[in-house]
Design a protein around this ligand. Structure first.
Ligand code: HEC
Ligand code: HEC
Ligand code: HEC
Ligand code: HEC
Ligand code: HEC
Length: 427
């Protein structure tokens, strides 16, 4: 029958179109979730050891810059290579070379030299072995030399340093330009993000803090007055701490939580509504920012005396991204600076006291539980990495739940202030 023939033909046509599209997509699509800017296509060229110091290792710098070394050592920048999450995801991405240009960016830290790409494809690098490969330096990730050493000279924020090594004043250190290279991860073609996979820099540029005179360092490298080298004069410098999503205290600095009931006194037998308001009161960019795995979760629960959850409601604050067959960001519920997100919850207030409790919780997640388990099962994550932090928790007897409070999730430590002392170096 001609009708069947044409129907079969149609099915074959559709199938081959899907297959063709799939083949085309897999040929054109980037094997990684980001694109390549010109300046991250290559490692930072090979760096010789500056005169007056014994090696490029952070420990060597630390013999004279003790305090700074100790801070860096506790920061994520010293772990950008050894970080178990990086190692697991890197294995997932088949140890592709390009990750190293931000996670261990010096040529000295990379086992191969990439001289070009075949057909401009990230997964087809032209490589040769690196005779200068320093495996110990690789372990140090974003080490001192990554930011400070160029062509045998140590770059820094001062123009009057008297050091045993060559130094040069570089205005970049008191601007956001020094963070841009790695913290503005762009999209490749056929990847439809708003701004790229890690767009912290762009979020800051578009936000209100820049006009107020802040730079990334204002909040991530708090000011300190101390000798910058053992025995040197006291100077106004900055701590090398870089706290971010792995530090619950830092996340709390970004967030203010308010919980309010719609009635001053809850009426028994009537429905009451509570509103939880999350405000980004302290981050210079979206909350959360960076790695698209990060999210905030706000939850309401009514729990009975036996601990059973009778009713619940939650809100997830994150980027909503379709990862396959193409990367497409279809929504973004993260909180821009000084803005808020509300979640409301209603429940009938019982006439008699049944021992019900209203529980409210806000938590920060580095990755989802599902992703975490996949990293364990498939990609060799063996150590336990803290990846969920409770930022705010409130438990009240439901009948007395006349909550009307502003609870800052923020700890008591001083908040960062805009750049006044550093007006000269704003970027
Ligand atoms: C033997 C001691 C010593 C070692 C080792 C050393 N430094 Fe220094 N460094 C100094 C002294 C002293 C100063 C100047 C202090 C001053 O003027 O207040 C200085 C200054 C600096 C400055 C400020 C420069 C400027 O112009 O702003 C930077 C940045 C710096 N060092 C980085 C490093 C790095 C990175 C290493 C390791 C590769 C290193 N130092 C190794 C002693 C040392
Ligand atoms: C050479 C690349 C590079 C430069 C330059 C750089 N960073 Fe980073 N930074 C990274 C990488 C890679 C990570 C993630 C490490 C990880 O989690 O494995 C990171 C992590 C961070 C984190 C912590 C994120 C977390 O998950 O806790 C903060 C905060 C941060 N950087 C701030 C800065 C600031 C501020 C600057 C500029 C002064 C800067 N960085 C410059 C590469 C860089
Ligand atoms: C991600 C980039 C980055 C890394 C890695 C880094 N620094 Fe810095 N460093 C900076 C910035 C930015 C400043 C400027 C701070 C300011 O405005 O005073 C700075 C300033 C300094 C200064 C001058 C003193 C001061 O507080 O301004 C010294 C000395 C220094 N760094 C040494 C080190 C040493 C030693 C290491 C490794 C243990 C290191 N840095 C790692 C970015 C970096
Ligand atoms: C007004 C203070 C402020 C400024 C300015 C600021 N940040 Fe942050 N940043 C925070 C706070 C607070 C957090 C923790 C909450 C969060 O993750 O949003 C944070 C988190 C981060 C993280 C962690 C993301 C992750 O994956 O866990 C990175 C990376 C970061 N900032 C980089 C930057 C860079 C780069 C700039 C400049 C372009 C910058 N920040 C400017 C306050 C600030
Ligand atoms: C253009 C620079 C750049 C490149 C290239 C890059 N990263 Fe990153 N990566 C970062 C920065 C910056 C962060 C940290 C802060 C954030 O969350 O934005 C980060 C964070 C991460 C994290 C989160 C770590 C944690 O502890 O949560 C993982 C995992 C990671 N990168 C893996 C990779 C892999 C795998 C590749 C290669 C396929 C890669 N990165 C390539 C800049 C880069």
């Amino acid at each position: 029958m001609p009708w069947i023939k044409s129907k079969t033909a149609l099915v074959v046509l559709i199938l081959s179109a899907i297959l063709g599209l799939y083949a085309w997509l897999s040929a054109v699509k980037s094997p990684v979730i980001f694109g390549l800017r010109e300046d991250i296509k290559q490692a930072i060229a090979y760096q010789p050891v500056p005169k007056g110091v014994d090696s490029l290792s952070a420990e060597t710098c630390g013999t004279c810059h003790r305090a700074i070394y100790e801070e860096w050592k506790t920061s994520i920048h010293s772990q950008t290579f050894t970080d178990p999450f990086f190692q697991a995801y890197w294995r997932k991405d088949k140890h592709i070379w390009v990750c190293l240009n931000c996670h261990t960016p010096l040529q000295n830290q990379q086992p191969t030299v990439v001289s070009g790409l075949r057909g401009d494809r990230v997964d087809r690098p032209l490589t040769e072995p690196n005779l200068h490969f320093d495996e110990a330096l690789q372990q140090e990730g974003v080490t001192c030399a990554v930011c400070h050493v160029r062509d045998g000279v140590i770059h820094g924020p001062f123009d009057d340093a008297v050091a045993p090594h060559p130094t040069v004043y570089d205005p970049k250190f008191r601007s956001t330009a020094i963070c841009y290279t790695c913290h503005a991860v762009p999209a490749a073609k056929l990847q439809f993000y708003n701004g790229g996979p890690c767009a912290t820099f762009l979020e800051f540029e578009a936000g209100p803090y820049k006009a107020k005179g802040y730079i990334c360092q204002t909040c991530h490298m708090p000011e300190v007055e101390r000798p910058i080298a053992e025995g040197g004069p006291i100077r106004k410098g900055r701590s090398h701490l870089w706290r971010g999503g792995h530090d619950p205290e830092q996340i709390k600095r970004a967030l203010t939580v308010a919980l309010a009931a719609d009635q001053a006194t809850l009426a028994a037998g009537k429905r009451a509504t509570w509103t939880l308001t999350l405000t980004n009161s302290g981050a210079g960019h979206m909350l959360p920012t960076g790695d698209p795995d990060r999210y905030l979760q706000a939850e309401f629960e009514v729990v009975d005396a036996a601990g059973r959850v009778l009713s619940s409601r939650s809100m997830t604050v994150k980027r909503w991204i379709l990862w396959w067959p193409v990367i497409y960001e279809y929504d973004d519920t993260r909180i821009p600076p000084f803005q808020s997100r509300d979640v409301t919850f209603s429940y009938p207030v019982p006439r008699r006291d049944e021992g019900l409790t209203l529980r409210v919780r806000v938590s920060y997640h580095i990755v989802t539980e599902g992703a975490y388990q996949r990293l364990q099962k498939k990609y060799g994550l063996t150590v336990e990495v803290p990846h969920v932090f409770t930022l705010y928790e409130e438990q009240v007897p439901l009948r007395e739940g006349t909550v009307q409070r502003q609870a800052a999730a923020r700890p008591t430590s001083p908040r960062c202030a805009p750049e006044q002392a550093h007006q000269d170096g704003m970027g």
